[in-house]
Design a protein around this ligand. Structure first.
Ligand SMILES: CC(C)(COP(=O)(O)OP(=O)(O)OC[C@H]1O[C@@H](n2cnc3c(N)ncnc32)[C@H](O)[C@@H]1OP(=O)(O)O)[C@@H](O)C(=O)NCCC(=O)NCCS
Length: 236
């Protein structure tokens, strides 16, 4: 693994120049890379995942283009996407995305999926803790929203388990097989009583972060360089 550094000054960290690797003893979160496309494409096309999502990219090549888009949007500061890589694996088996709903990530929307072979293993909640810490510590998100179909028992239970509060029902907000389906609106509020420590607290350091040394100020690496940096972060 390349030289790593953990910073104690989150204001110094420019995530647009390259997302950090976030790790604990169970899972690694890292930017997606092209080689993740075939596996993640299979996951999003599997019936148990596909039924809970809006239509995903319709080919491996389209998924590769989506991965490129995640990197471009990330560099522009509008979007965050992490692949979920369980310890001992090299390929992403799921992902988290955070879309900014307000400038500077004041409010963001969370999306996620995991290959069903990893359901119930603890990988999701462990990975979610890393993601929520990053959102709080680095992005300084104030509020995260997530939407799940009301019939998505597993997705709803998973969100409750990681500290989200159910805030209401969005009528007819999702469509499956030509039917409108209500969605639950879930929220995490930074610093709010009752939230898990994952988002309510902040230690100052980027918790769980292992990252390459990227200059926070001064010239930003070119896009090509950023991709090289990302591509170099293979070892788990
Ligand atoms: C959502 C998702 C990432 C969660 O991962 P996971 O590994 O299944 O999550 P967990 O096992 O940590 O939590 C699921 C919880 O639901 C519970 N659960 C499962 N089936 C349930 C049911 N029918 N009713 C109520 N709870 C249920 C599980 O028991 C578990 O809780 P526990 O750990 O307290 O026992 C995964 O299920 C997934 O990818 N689903 C498809 C995509 C999706 O729904 N995304 C969210 C909407 S965009």
């Amino acid at each position: 693994m390349a030289a790593l550094e953990i910073t104690d000054d989150r204001s110094e960290f420019d995530w647009r120049a390259g997302l950090p690797r976030l790790a604990n003893d169970r899972v690694l979160l890292r930017p997606l890379r092209r080689s993740d496309a075939p596996g993640l494409y299979r996951v999003v096309r599997s019936s148990e995942v596909a039924r809970q999502m809006w239509p995903p990219p319709n080919s491996v090549q389209a998924f590769e283009r989506f991965i490129e888009w995640t990197l471009t949007e990330g560099a522009a500061g509008r979007y965050i996407c992490f692949g979920i890589v369980p310890r001992g694996q090299t390929k992403a088996v799921g992902m988290f995305e955070l879309r900014q709903l307000q400038p500077r990530f004041f409010r963001a929307e969370l999306g996620f999926f995991l290959a069903s072979s990893w359901w119930g293993t603890g990988v999701f909640s462990s990975a979610a803790g890393l993601l929520l810490n990053f959102a709080t510590d680095v992005l300084r998100v104030h509020r995260i929203e997530a939407r799940t179909s009301i019939d998505n028992a597993r997705g709803n239970a998973a969100l409750r388990k990681i500290g989200a509060k159910k805030e209401g029902i969005l009528r007819g907000a999702f469509m499956r097989d030509g039917q409108y389906i209500d969605q639950n609106l879930w929220g995490f509020l930074a610093g709010c009583d009752g939230c898990t420590d994952a988002i309510a607290g902040s230690s100052g350091a980027i918790r769980g972060a292992e990252r390459l040394k990227v200059p926070a100020k001064g010239p930003r690496p070119s896009r090509a360089m950023r991709h090289t940096l990302l591509a170099d972060r293979d070892a788990h």
